[in-house]
Write a protein that binds this ligand. Structure first.
Ligand code: PGA
Length: 255
């Protein structure tokens, strides 16, 4: 059975002290609500990882980085390796986010290396895919997402692919307040699962969690999570307030 996951992506927000406060709040609320059948992940900036791993109860919350280096170690000033991320106790890393792809030039070849480093260090990868508005308007969204999957992930053997979570994030919906409709989300998630099944077989596809991201909030989460192929969410803005994030976790728990 695939996991239901609600993952927060804090992006470049929160000082260390603010992050610690938010993590404490989320941790308390998730424990209080006794959330058991949803994997709750918080994706923090690198510098928060070690401290926040000491705060959260690993039975309830997993911590994620938002990036890692292409190389294992060495003279790469300013980079943070997957081994360093894992050494903080973090279990996940978000890779291929559209902001990394578009602002930092992360292409398929770079992402393949990052995914390999992450998996070598036993991290679970939340791999983001998604089209920009012009691609959707040109009816190229399926083609774009398929190529991101094939070029970024499909060189992995099936046993490694088991450690991949896919996040479908239509770029036009990220931080814009414009959410994909649940029909648009379901249509793409179904396509992604079918594409995974063609490569790895139906059993692997059925075990792959596919998250929706892009202006997912307390109001629309319920409707999105009611779709059979939407296994959870990757949450940006709404993960920065404990109550909003908790409402989304509850929406997932209740479906
Ligand atoms: P958003 O971001 O929820 O603020 O739209 C989602 C994401 O980029 O992961």
């Amino acid at each position: 059975m695939r996991k239901k996951i609600v993952a927060g992506n804090w992006k470049m927000n929160k000082t260390l002290q603010e992050g610690i406060e938010l993590a404490k709040e989320v941790n308390n609320k998730v424990k209080e609500a006794d959330i058991k059948n949803v994997t709750v992940v918080i994706g923090t900036p690198f510098i928060h990882l070690a401290e926040i791993n000491k705060i959260v109860d690993p039975n309830f919350i997993a911590v994620s980085a938002q990036n890692c280096a292409t190389e294992a170690s060495g003279a790469y000033t300013g980079e943070v390796s997957a081994a360093m991320v894992a050494s903080t106790g973090s279990k996940y890393v978000i890779l291929g986010h559209s902001e990394r792809r578009s602002y930092y030039g992360e292409n398929d070849a770079i992402l393949v290396k990052k995914v390999e480093r992450a998996l070598e260090n036993q991290l679970e990868v939340i791999f983001c895919v998604g089209e920009v508005l012009a691609e959707r308007e040109a009816n190229k969204h399926f083609e774009v997402v398929k190529s991101q999957l094939v070029n970024g992930l499909f060189s992995l053997p099936a046993e490694q692919f088991a450690h991949i979570v896919i996040a479908y994030e239509p770029v036009w919906a990220i931080g814009t307040g414009k959410t994909a409709t649940s029909t648009q989300a379901e249509e793409m998630h179904n396509f992604i699962r079918k594409t995974v099944a063609e490569k790895y077989g139906q059993a692997v596809a059925d075990n792959t969690s596919i998250l929706y991201g892009g202006s997912c909030n307390a109001k629309n989460a319920d409707e999105l999570f009611s779709q059979p192929n939407v296994d959870g969410g990757l949450i940006g803005g709404a993960s920065l307030k404990a109550d909003d994030f908790m409402a989304i976790i509850n929406a997932r728990q209740n479906h």
